[in-house]
Ligand binder design. Structure first.
Ligand SMILES: *Cc1c(COP(=O)(O)O)cnc(C)c1O
Length: 230
């Protein structure tokens, strides 16, 4: 993509965030943008960085590792947001600052075990299956408190919050209902996990609803880079 076009998309996104924050009487500065760069070439990430973005989210490990290496001259914060296989926890723990997709204790244990001592604790969001579909990844609302307690005991992990990918819908009321479920789930965990401060929710098509329900980190892919070709 042409760099001018990319910068236009970033400006447009910033304006959407600003307007939605204003509508909810929230500070736009309290809402971070995680640029989801899966399937995008390293050069597109470099251009987005020049456009002012410095947090990038990747879903496919091999592809991500190649880009992290290629872009190691830039002070980028890398987030892993894809499904995690238990035999891939070492490279994830070594090369990312954040993981948004922890949904079971075994994965948390392994990330903790593999997080290098030379790095700060790995920042963790628990992925919650708020739509209750059995095929989707994410811990169920019922099992969430137990998983949170488990993660809180792991010294190389820092529990920051919750993440969800709701079933897609164009109905703003349904979008908000799903995000409200995640917000309430985090509120219910406050007594055991008072330091949690991150609601990773909202993508290109539903970020206004997410902001209205308290999102602190939006994960935006196509809204920045245009359509993916995978
Ligand atoms: C791809 C992806 C996104 C970004 O989706 P867009 O609709 O392109 O903004 C956000 N979160 C996760 C977990 C993703 O896999």
């Amino acid at each position: 993509m042409d760099e001018r076009l990319l910068f236009d998309k970033i400006a447009n996104l910033r304006e959407r965030v600003r307007l939605a924050a204003e509508k909810s009487q929230r500070a736009a500065g309290a809402i971070q943008v995680l640029a989801v760069s899966k399937t995008q070439p390293a050069e597109a990430i470099r251009a987005a960085w020049r456009g002012g973005l410095d947090q990038f989210g990747e879903s496919y490990l091999q592809e991500a590792l190649a880009k992290i290496n290629e872009l190691r001259d830039l002070p980028i914060t890398w987030h892993f947001i894809g499904p995690i296989q238990s035999n891939k926890t070492r490279p994830i723990a070594e090369h990312f600052a954040w993981v948004h997709s922890v949904d079971r204790g075994k994965i948390a244990q392994r990330l903790n075990q593999h997080r290098p001592e030379s790095l700060p604790p790995l920042q963790i969001c628990l992925q919650v299956n708020i739509s209750g579909e059995s095929s989707k990844s994410g811990v169920s609302l019922d099992e969430l408190p137990r998983l949170a307690s488990e993660v809180l005991l792991l010294p190389r992990l820092q529990l920051r919050g919750l993440m969800a990918i709701p079933a897609p819908t164009r109905d703003p009321a349904q979008q908000r209902a799903a995000f409200a479920t995640l917000r309430l789930a985090m509120a219910q965990l406050q007594p055991i996990a008072p330091a949690m401060d991150t609601l990773s929710m909202g993508m290109s098509d539903d970020l206004e609803a997410a902001i209205a329900e308290g999102a602190t980190m939006l994960r935006v892919g196509s809204g920045i880079f245009g359509p993916r070709n995978r």
